[in-house]
Design a protein around this ligand. Sequence first.
Ligand SMILES: *Cc1c(COP(=O)(O)O)cnc(C)c1O
Length: 415
Amino acid sequence: MNLFEFEPGREGFYGEYGGAYIPEILWRTFTELTTAFRKAKSDPGFWREYLNLTQTYSGRPTPVTCLKNISKMLNGAQIFTKREDLNQTGAHKINNVLGQGLLTARLGKNRVIAETGAGQHGVATATMAARFGFECVIYMGEEDVRRQRPNVFWMEQLGARVVPVTAGSRTLKDAINEALRDWATYFETTHYVLGTACGAHPFPEMVAWFQSIIGQEARQQMLNLTGQLPDAIYACVGGGSNALGIFQGFLCDPVKLVGVEAGGKGLHTGQHAARLAGKDGSPGVAQGYKSYFLQNMEGQMRTTHSIAAGLDYIGVSPILSHLSEKKVVQFEAADDEMAIKAAQLLMKYEGIIPALESAHAFAAAFKAAAKMRNDQIILVNLSGRGDKDIFNFAEALHDDKWIEFLKEKVKSYES
Ligand SMILES: *Cc1c(COP(=O)(O)O)cnc(C)c1O
């Protein structure tokens, strides 16, 4: 199945979803970007350069690990995991950012901007900018700057300027608006590095393309390790980039693909970020694209909740909305508590500290594996490592001593 075969005149749409709903002032910039991206995509030299960079700088190919101990405990399917946590900066986000860095250089630009909520995408972008020698500005809601001190510290050490955004609710969506305003002013020299497979065309296609390296590697690795394709693949879904990354390797195979969203405090509580699993999401247009959103009847965006900051978002990739409607990908939700439990199993029995985002995928995969046969195989995308989640883990496990200690430590970052 080729996701990116467009109907004439409908470039950037996946069925009904996607598109580019952008202010007129940004049209030229988007056209320029789309042209450069098309050229790069059809140039094998560009992909070779990309591969070389990810291999020499970010440790690709990342390995696949068999979860021997947990598989034995569950006595069901054999569980394997693709180790995106072993990338430079600790998650899959660097794949996309390095690709966009190469494209920025091809565009002849020397300044990059990005928005960040939890700070992970900001750190990845600042890392890339340092390596490429670009000027870098990161927009971040004032509230998030306060909550994510360690990440702000590292972005600044990496040479980026972090701009706290004081408008609105002082969180991610206000930071996005501010970044777009910057882009509209300085587009001649500046590229906007979007962090996930959302936003206006060509971003969903472009981010998904850079992340497809995960699935390309994983398919070959699974064949080498097990002599067969997995029966099912699980990945967590925030904006959708790591999930699309691994799924793309298997779209032509008879493999069950499962996207796992944040069930938060439970789908019945309204405090979650399940746009495609459950019944709360509905189609709409926001932030430049058409997709499923968590919104009220008037189209106002609702507040979302997840213990994992990277999954806590109102929208989802238009490509996944399409694949959901076509029943190519199934969606489930795992709640905060299940994610913590899955992470504890991985730490204690496999020596792996997963990001809380990734732990959602494992929670759903463990549940499924227990009901499967020993000769069946599940592959889970481990999108990132959990060091960044130390506060949330301590809080969820009610480790008050640690919470106090960590708060003191973070204060010392501020002085
Ligand atoms: C940002 C992030 C996610 C969510 O983003 P996607 O675009 O849905 O992949 C998931 N896992 C980790 C570790 C992240 O940092």
